[in-house]
Design a protein around this ligand. Sequence first.
Ligand SMILES: [Zn+2]
Length: 267
Amino acid sequence: MDVIVGVSIPVYQDVLRKIRLIRCLGLSWIEFGFFKGFPVSTNLISSLREMMLRLGLRCSVHCPYFINFCSEKSIVRERSLEIVTKCLEVCDFLNCELAVIHAGYYGSYGPSRCFHIIRDNLLKIIEHVSRLGIKCKIAIETMAKDSQFGSLEEVVKLCSDVESRIVVPCIDWAHIYVRYRGYISFRDVLKLVHEKLPWLDSLHSHYTSVNDFEDYHVPVGKGPPDFEEILKALKECQYFRRVVIVCESPLLERDAVKLLKMVREFF
Ligand SMILES: [Zn+2]
C-alpha cells in the first residue's frame, strides 16, 4: 500500500512560492483550498497548472466552505451547485484527481431529506461534468458537527447510492474523532468504507490534531487523534492500494513533513 502525505494550501498570492517549498520538502501531494470561492485570477490558475505539470506533483481541490446544498435559501443552493461545478472544472484544468466538499447543514430539512437533496444535486453535477468530459471525482468529507451532513455512515451511503464511482469519501480523521467523541476505532472506519465501497482502491483523507473534542486545529501531536493509531489501522487493514493523507494542521508544511517522517518509519 502506497501512503502519500500531502498538504492543504489556500490559493492566495504566495501559492507558487509555497508549491516550490512543498516540492523541496519531499511532499508529493497538494490540496488547493479555494476556501473563499473564486476571487482567484485565471492567470494564477494557469500558472498553477504549469507549475504542477513541471514539478510532477499530484493534487486535489478543496471547494469553498460556504457550500450548503441543504440551505433553506434557494440562492445558496443554486450558488452551491454552480460553485461545485466550477471547482470540478478547475480541478480538471489543474489535472487534480478530486474535489473535496462539505456538503451542507441539516437545517430544517433533517438528515434524511438532506441526504436526498445532496444526492440529487450530485447527480446533476455528474451529468453536467460528464458531458464536458471531466473525470475528476467528488469527495464528500466526513464532518465534525452533529448539525452537518457528514457522519461516516451518511458519507459512505451517499457514495454507494450514487453508483457512479465518481463520488468517493474524504475521511477526515479529526472530524470523525470529534463527531464520535473518540468512540470509534480507526479500524472500524476503514472496515466500513471497504465493506460498503469494495471498488474503492484509493482512500483520500485529511489529518490534523484537534483540541480535545472540539474541531479546533492544533499542531500535530498537541491533541488527539493519535496519528500513529491511524497508521497502525491502515497497516493492519490494507484495504486500499493507495491512501492519501492531507495535512490540515495550522503548521501545514512543517507538520506535513513530521507526518511524512512517521509514515516512512511505519511503512
Ligand atoms: Zn474540509
